[in-house]
Design a protein. Structure first.
Length: 91
């Protein structure tokens, strides 16, 4: 299968939080794959997750995200780079 991603992804298992409604709502998730341009998140359910939100990694700063695909227990997001600084991929 041909790879169409713009950046190489790295398998990981990091805790994170999906944050929306101005910080009033959060949903726990696990980051399963991470690259400089996006991530694959494991979630309990995609119901109620907005198309755009802040992803707050347990190990670092938050990143603005936009959902690009949804499955039963996973979502794929792309990072919206407002500051020009991509997320850190370090394990």
């Amino acid at each position: 299968m041909e790879e169409h991603r713009r950046a190489q992804r790295h398998r990981t298992l990091k805790g994170a939080h999906i944050v929306f409604n101005g910080g009033a709502s959060t949903i726990d998730c696990m980051v399963r794959d991470l690259s400089e341009t996006g991530a694959r998140l494991k979630i309990a359910s995609p119901v109620g997750i907005p198309d755009q939100f802040m992803l707050s990694l347990d190990s670092g700063e938050p990143h603005q995200c936009r959902v690009v695909w949804r499955r039963a227990k996973e979502i794929g997001v792309t990072f919206v780079l407002s500051s020009g600084n991509p997320p850190t991929i370090a394990e």
